[in-house]
Design a protein around this ligand. Structure first.
Ligand SMILES: Cc1cc2nc3c(=O)[nH]c(=O)nc-3n(C[C@H](O)[C@H](O)[C@H](O)COP(=O)(O)OP(=O)(O)OC[C@H]3O[C@@H](n4cnc5c(N)ncnc54)[C@H](O)[C@@H]3O)c2cc1C
Length: 567
């Protein structure tokens, strides 16, 4: 029986930043994480984090407003403009704070934080630490947590959010090391559980990014938003799906088809070329491949860095070079990199306002698990790391300032919920067991890859919804964790992870099928145009065991009226 005033689930950038804030406001805060904090997916982020610092000589007149406009346009006008303003206005302070906390950003010769161009941005505003930006940021924040003696529960796997009377009361978690199920009572809960990439089979995301962190509150009645907007990153290495950062193109890399042609010129203006936003660039690459202009007629094109020269590659993109050598046997100094688009990011997530608050009292969310929404239908590169530190901090602040500690009551409620979870897990092992859960999940991922991908269309998506629903029934009825046993029972963990993935897959596919337009990453061949009259609205899904209940809510428009998106 454990109690802390504020429990944060997730030790990536959003969770750590929330923890620092709540701790600095004098609250008793603890962080629960299923992996060591430094193994959170944030540590894999490469290319950089956006803020209008105006350090780059080519972007001296950059401002938070210009950053906001690029973000809203990039979002295909689905982002909430008040939230975007909050993010871009707070960005410089968050970056300087990280700098003061020792984050080793790369520098310009004048000593200022270096900034590189990124897709969809009119100014070079992406701050970076070579191509290991997330790693550096994560270490800086973790050190700040250690300095503050913030309590961490590592290798605790949260399986339930405890809600009573529409108010969060804590969580129930599996202690992976012992197999015990433990109650964590609290008066406030913040979910910073990261992305949902592993719902798909081909993704740049870490294995831990399964979507369960979105599913857990969803199962408790918390609304989730805009899940159909899935970002496909233009450049994942073939067969391995490992990310080649947008920084490669930011530093001047080319995209080439089988004729050695920089094909982007056929799709966007010569000024933009490879630095079009991700949704557009991915569609261009996929079109080249679909029309037979992939390399050797294959399903990939080249990302060519050779002309950047050894010095620049070693200085700015050393990690990219290592990955190519280790995983492909290709040295980008001498050879082009074979790439294709790959699932990368979930724009949607737990429906929050810009203080991280949700429809359940004292329950907050931040980071990739949340949908504020600042990314709308398409996120700009570099805005996601920014989102974690801006809205992580705000969620921590809001939770701390609105805290009404109810230790005894919440402990009682959480303890009761724990007992129910113990029974639930015992019951799982008595399930049918004639189906293998990993096989079913694999089939769900294949359906998502094939039918809810870059280009979408009614017949296929209908099939996807039906197939996933059917697979979901089989999963819940006929499969169970493969092995029993308590200590480090990863089969139990994966059973629950995949259950979460499947329930969120249903929401993605159903939301995509329902949205009869093309906007940002949601590109339908049968409804090729954006339709502001009917569809400039957020998709909101609420859990129902038969099928998610989908409604819509308006987009917040303040300064920028929607216009056609041209690059
Ligand atoms: C390869 C890659 C490169 C990227 N590069 C960039 C970039 O250059 N710029 C940019 O802006 N964005 C980038 N992104 C996106 C960005 O890194 C992520 O969106 C962001 O780091 C997510 O941070 P987070 O704090 O929300 O979650 P994460 O860092 O994913 O952390 C999630 C945390 O939640 C915990 N957790 C989850 N579920 C549970 C549970 N049930 N119980 C206990 N703990 C749980 C995990 O242990 C982990 O600590 C990149 C993403 C990838 C995959």
């Amino acid at each position: 029986m454990i109690y802390h005033d504020i429990i944060i689930v997730g030790a990536g950038l959003a969770g750590l930043r929330a923890a620092i804030e709540a701790s600095d406001l004098g609250k008793d805060v603890a962080v629960i994480t299923k992996v060591h904090p430094l193994r959170s997916h944030s540590g894999a982020a490469q290319g950089g984090v956006n803020a209008a610092l105006a350090n780059n000589p080519d972007g001296r007149d950059d401002t938070p407003d210009k950053h906001a406009y690029d973000t809203v346009k990039g979002s295909d006008f689905l982002a909430d403009q008040d939230a975007v303003d909050v993010m871009t206005n707070e960005a410089p302070a968050r970056i300087y704070e990280l700098e003061h906390w020792g984050c080793p950003f790369s520098r310009f010769k004048d000593g200022t934080i270096a900034q590189r161009p990124f897709g969809g941005a009119a100014y070079p505003r992406t701050c970076y630490g070579t191509d290991k930006t997330g790693h550096f940021m994560l270490h800086a924040l973790y050190q700040q947590c250690v300095k503050r003696n913030i309590k961490f529960y590592e290798e605790f796997f949260v399986m339930k959010l405890v809600v009573e009377d529409n108010q969060a009361r804590g969580v129930v978690a599996l202690n992976l090391g012992t197999g015990d199920i433990v109650s964590f009572a609290s008066s406030s809960v913040i979910f910073a559980t990261g992305g949902s990439g592993r719902i798909y089979g081909k993704t740049t995301n870490a294995h831990v990014s399964t979507g369960l962190g979105v599913a857990i509150p969803f199962w408790e009645g918390v609304a989730i938003k805009d899940m159909e907007f899935i970002q496909f990153h233009p450049t994942g290495i073939i067969g391995k799906y490992i990310l080649m950062t947008e920084g490669c193109r930011g530093e001047g890399g080319y995209l080439l088809n089988n004729a050695g042609e920089r094909f982007m010129k056929n799709y966007v203006s010569e000024k933009i070329m490879e630095l079009a936003p991700r949704d557009i660039t991915s569609r261009c690459i996929q079109t080249e491949i679909n029309q037979g202009r992939g390399i050797n007629g294959g399903k990939y094109v080249y990302l060519d860095l050779r002309h950047l020269g050894k010095k620049k590659i070693m200085e700015r993109l050393p990690g990219i070079r290592d990955i190519c050598i280790d995983f492909l046997g290709v040295d980008p100094i001498k050879q082009p990199i074979p790439i294709h688009p790959v699932m990368h990011y979930t724009m949607g997530g737990i429906d929050t306002n810009f203080d991280g608050a949700t429809s359940v009292r004292n329950f907050y969310a931040a980071g990739e698990a949340a949908c504020v929404s600042v990314h709308g239908a398409n996120r700009l590169g570099g805005n996601s790391l920014l989102e974690t530190i801006v809205f992580g901090r705000r969620a921590g602040e809001h939770a701390a300032k609105n805290l009404k500690a109810e230790k005894e009551k919440n402990t009682r409620i959480a303890e009761k919920a724990k007992k129910e979870q113990v029974k639930y897990v015992e019951g799982l092992f008595k399930n049918g067991g004639k189906e293998n859960p990993y096989e079913i999940k694999k089939q769900v991922s294949t359906v998502m890859d094939d039918k809810v991908g870059i280009f979408r269309e009614e017949t296929n998506m209908k099939k996807a919804v039906d197939e996933i629903k059917e697979l979901r029934i089989r999963y819940n009825r006929d499969s169970r964790p493969v092995k029993s046993g308590k200590i480090y029972n990863y089969d139990l963990l994966w059973y629950l992870e995949m259950k979460g993935s499947i329930d969120i897959a249903v929401v993605i596919a159903a939301g995509a099928l329902a949205r009869k337009e093309s906007r940002g990453s949601h590109s339908r061949t049968d409804f090729a145009k954006r339709d502001d009259d009917n569809w400039m609205k957020h998709t909101v899904a609420v859990f129902n065991d038969k099928a998610p209940v989908i409604t819509y809510k308006p987009v917040v428009v303040t300064k920028y009226q929607p216009v056609e998106r041209k690059y």
